[in-house]
Design a protein around this ligand. Structure first.
Ligand SMILES: Cc1cc2nc3c(=O)[nH]c(=O)nc-3n(C[C@H](O)[C@H](O)[C@H](O)COP(=O)(O)O)c2cc1C
Length: 205
């Protein structure tokens, strides 16, 4: 059955541009997959824990070395990885916070990026093990100039990071739709949102 995994990471409780655009992408996906399943997590509202020593010990323990304590410490990671591996499509809604991903999303990334589960190191090379084939990533930037040779392109540690990470994990098709200048005047914001919606429609519609 087609499955979409949606991860929101804005800390805003209302007015999030990334979540609004993700609503649109999810609606389009549901329309195209009426029998499909959507798994949603809002890591901005329901934060995941940062990695603990026990969790890291579990990540690097061979199967035969796992005990109850290590299994408990890696249970959340197991569940998050199961959610990811069950999805054909990953939808990420991501605001830029201090030039990169929000800490809430980084916690999810740290739980799902796991040797032997989502990547491997074979004959001196990394190999992605994620079966999800497609990722749609929505990025919201407060300022303008992060893309296409703009003044702030060198400060964009969001899009290049996510592109690298998703490819590293083995997700082949990554489509990114961005809205910039979300803190500008109402007219500019509305124009930029309309452009992002049209771009989204062209890939999801
Ligand atoms: C903690 C915090 C850090 C931010 N850092 C940046 C930044 O580095 N660059 C930027 O352009 N906007 C920054 N912003 C603005 C947000 O990226 C912008 O408001 C965006 O629309 C947030 O996404 P959302 O609308 O989905 O909540 C920041 C906002 C917050 C709350």
């Amino acid at each position: 059955m087609p499955t979409l995994l949606r991860i929101d990471s804005s800390s805003r409780s209302e007015g999030s541009h990334s979540s609004k655009l993700a609503d649109r992408a999810e609606a389009d996906w549901r329309h195209a997959h009426p029998q499909g399943t959507v798994i949603s997590r809002h890591v901005g509202h329901d934060p995941l824990p940062v990695l603990s020593q026990e969790t890291i010990n579990g990540f690097f323990s061979p199967q035969e070395g796992m005990n109850d304590e290590l299994r408990k410490a890696t249970a959340l990671s197991d569940q998050l990885i199961d959610e990811l591996q069950s999805a054909d499509t990953l939808l990420l809604a991501v605001p830029i916070y201090n030039f990169s991903v929000p800490a809430s999303l980084k916690c999810w990334i740290d739980q799902i990026t796991r040797i032997g589960h989502t990547f491997a190191y074979v004959d001196g090379a990394f190999q992605g093990l994620v079966q999800t084939r497609r990722a749609i990533v929505i990025c919201a930037y407060g300022a303008d100039g992060y893309l296409d040779g703009g003044d702030l392109e060198a400060a964009n540690f969001l899009e290049p990071y996510l592109r690298f990470l998703l490819a590293f994990l083995g997700i082949e098709e990554v489509q990114i739709v961005s809205v910039q200048a979300t803190t500008a005047d109402d007219v500019t914001v509305s124009e930029n949102l309309s452009k992002a919606e049209a771009e989204l429609e062209s890939i999801t519609g």
